[in-house]
Write a protein that binds this ligand. Structure first.
Ligand SMILES: C[S@@+](CC[C@H](N)C(=O)[O-])C[C@H]1O[C@@H](n2cnc3c(N)ncnc32)[C@H](O)[C@@H]1O
Length: 661
């Protein structure tokens, strides 16, 4: 047992894929000796073939195959597997209710950010909505530079590239190369899929330019069988004076899902409440589309036992019950006759369904207490058009600071298709943060607990733009301001409602804001740690000494404790909204994450007392700075021993893991 080095890179995608394969076919993983005579693990591809049975193999040299291909596709796969060493640094002052909120706004290039989120959010996101560049030939496409992606970003965020040229949106058009667009989308969609839950869904807005490529790309990434639908969205009423005389008034919302996804709108049922039952009930039809010939036993005259009034069956539409079962149902209160209740306006007997029966049935059918209705690909008028998105922006900012924002009503409608209201929604092409707007408002409307993660590049607002004129330097700044404005708007409404309620009910004055109304800002940046570059096995002695020197103290001296804390959360696989408590243990500051599962101590010195105190708290993991043990191997050995001996009381067997950075 020894201390482990905390991994400071994002999740290893290829390794994760191998683990998935291992779960399916453990027998294909074998031990062997490599060319250097070392014992290693390998995959026996012949065995894998045998496992897969008699399936036609693609033979070398066969160039024709069905599918989408473009120059750079292979590189894109390699890029996905290239781990990120970056971090996300918290920006408290730009956030709202930083310590309570579970919403995130991440400023950065979404490729790096998606990589960083892999460990903490793998399989945790139920809904993704994106509205990526459509490849119209006019919009700016982020200059992906795969070999130095973080450096490119940092240069970009400083808005000057390494040759001192300005990155700018109003450079001459990049052209509409499909290859460029596909190379941009492929790795991002691949990484996005990893984040989806097993019942997760992704909605992608697109126009005619790349619709066909997007579908093919998604067929490959999500599986053709998981294509849910392509919704047409009417963005405007018809325009005149258009090429070919055809006005393209629709865009598309391409929807793919993981296999367990099921869409549906909850049906709100209206129940009656009466003194004779202590639960609600509704009425339903007591007749069925069957003839007297088909159902002779149901063709009888119903008699009201209380009044003797008679109701003969309709021979072309008989009762749902039979003469023999009537009494049974009646005794259980399942049959209601005209006159039973003053408030019921019926002229023939009806069936009664209790609330608990509905709940039971819905649980069986949908796994939820409420009933669902299927979703149509025809979107209703309520989803709104581009003009509604523009109006929303103008209403909030007082001017049109962002063109072509989607209406939040559209995103709300898409989110309502998911028959659940407690999940994470990700939008990694956030733009003006319409998705965040929709999430906040929808929660307010239905009491839901949806949380958002927005990712947006600090793309500069063009100098000639209204946004620039209004003082917003980047789209990210504008998006953050929009979220603040929406929060303020909802709060103002709440305060007004509360005041009204307080007037009616004195004593109810206190302002209690919903904790869902906030967001935490984080920014993509380089790691707070100098990461050991072990990639070059033939490193020169000189270089090696240089690296060793750097690692004597490898923590960036400018890093704040909070910066380091968030990097450790991310790289240890904890969510960025995990509850963090600051504690003092044996006179040292310790951060307790996720109710004590993870304890982080960033003090420069660790003592025996602290180790005892940490062990007594029984966390799953402890992270300390390596330098805190510097020169005291005995102390480190003691710590490892103490932690290993202290089995966790909660599940008895797992020893506490000590990691150092
Ligand atoms: C079409 S807009 C999204 C508009 C959004 N749906 C709205 O309603 O405001 C696409 C956005 O993606 C952003 N973007 C493009 N490339 C990006 C990247 N690599 N990382 C993060 N954001 C990016 C652009 O800055 C742009 O604001």
């Amino acid at each position: 047992m020894e201390t482990r080095r905390m991994p400071l890179r994002s999740m290893d995608i290829a390794q994760t894929n191998r683990e998935k394969l291992r779960q399916l076919f453990p027998s294909v993983f074998v031990e062997t000796v490599n060319q250097n005579g070392e014992l290693v693990e390998a995959i026996d591809f012949d065995k894998l073939k045998a496992e897969l049975g008699n399936f036609t193999e693609l033979f070398d040299g066969r160039r024709e195959r069905y599918g989408l291909d473009w120059p750079g596709k292979k590189d894109a796969l390699r890029i996905i597997q290239e781990p990120s060493a970056a971090t996300l640094k918290p920006a408290r002052e730009e956030s709202v209710r930083f310590d309570q909120t579970e919403n995130l706004f991440i400023e950065g290039d979404n490729l790096e950010v998606l990589k960083l989120l892999q460990k903490s959010y793998y399989g945790k996101i139920k809904a993704i909505y994106i509205d990526p560049p459509y490849n119209t030939g006019n919009e700016f496409i982020y200059p992906d530079n795969y070999t130095e992606s973080l450096e490119t970003y940092l240069a970009y965020a400083g808005l000057i590239d390494d040759q001192g040229r300005k990155f700018s949106t109003n450079t001459p058009s990049e052209g509409r190369y499909h290859t460029k667009w596909l190379n941009m989308m492929y790795p991002r969609l691949y990484l996005a899929r990893n984040l989806l839950t097993e019942d997760g869904v992704i909605f992608i807005s697109i126009d005619d330019n790349e619709l066909s490529n997007l579908c093919k790309l998604c067929d490959e990434i999500f599986g053709e069988e998981n294509r849910v639908a392509v919704f047409p969205w009417r963005k405007r009423t018809a325009k005149s004076d258009v090429p070919f005389g055809v006005s393209q008034d629709f865009e598309w919302i391409v929807v793919y899902a993981k296999p367990e996804f099921e869409a549906g709108f909850f049906i709100k049922r209206k129940y009656y409440y009466s003194d004779d039952y202590d639960e609600g009930w509704r009425i339903s039809d007591l007749t069925v589309q069957r003839t007297a010939q088909e159902r002779p036993n149901s063709n009888f005259t119903l008699v009201n036992p209380k009044t003797g009034e008679e109701y003969p069956a309709n021979p072309s539409r008989v009762w749902t019950i039979t003469k023999d079962t009537f009494r049974q149902y009646y005794d259980k209160g399942k049959i209601v006759f005209p006159g039973d209740y003053d408030f019921l306006n019926i002229s023939r007997p009806v069936f009664r369904v209790f609330e608990s029966e509905d709940r039971e049935k819905n649980l069986q059918r949908f796994g939820a207490e409420e009933a669902r209705r299927a979703v149509s690909t025809l979107l209703p008028e309520e989803v709104g058009r581009t003009e509604d998105g523009t109006k929303e922006i103008t209403d909030l900012f007082g001017r049109k600071v962002f063109p072509f924002a989607k209406p939040s009503s559209l995103i709300k409608y898409l989110l309502k298709m998911i028959p659940d209201n407690d999940f994470i929604v990700l939008d990694f092409f956030a733009g003006s943060a319409t998705t965040a707007h929709a999430v906040l408002e929808l929660n307010k409307e239905d009491g839901g607990n949806r949380r958002f993660i927005m990712v947006q590049l600090p793309e500069p607002c063009e100098e000639s733009s209204e946004a620039h004129d209004a003082g917003y330097k980047t789209i990210a700044e504008l998006a953050k301001e929009r979220i603040r404005l929406v929060i303020r708007g909802i709060e103002a409404k709440q305060t007004a409602e509360r005041a009204e309620a307080a007037e009616a009910l004195p004593g109810l004055g206190a302002e209690v804001y919903d904790l869902g109304l906030g967001f935490k800002v984080l920014k993509l940046d380089k790691s707070n740690f100098r990461i050991w570059d072990g990639s070059d096995p033939d490193i020169s002695e000189e270089k090696l000494i240089e690296q060793l020197d750097l690692h004597v103290d490898h923590v960036d001296p400018n890093a704040t404790e909070e910066d380091i804390l968030y990097e450790l959360l991310l790289k240890a696989g904890f969510m960025l909204t995990e509850r963090i408590e600051e504690k003092v243990m044996a006179g040292k500051r310790v951060y307790s994450v996720s109710d004590g599962d993870l304890l982080i101590c960033l003090e420069d010195e660790v003592t025996e007392d602290l180790i005892q105190a940490l062990a007594a708290a029984r966390p799953k993991q402890v992270i300390c700075l390596d330098r805190a043990f510097s020169g005291n191997d005995q102390l480190k050995a003691n710590a490892v021993h103490t932690f290993a001996a202290k089995d966790r009381a909660r599940d008895g067997i797992e020893p506490i893991v000590l990691k150092t950075v």
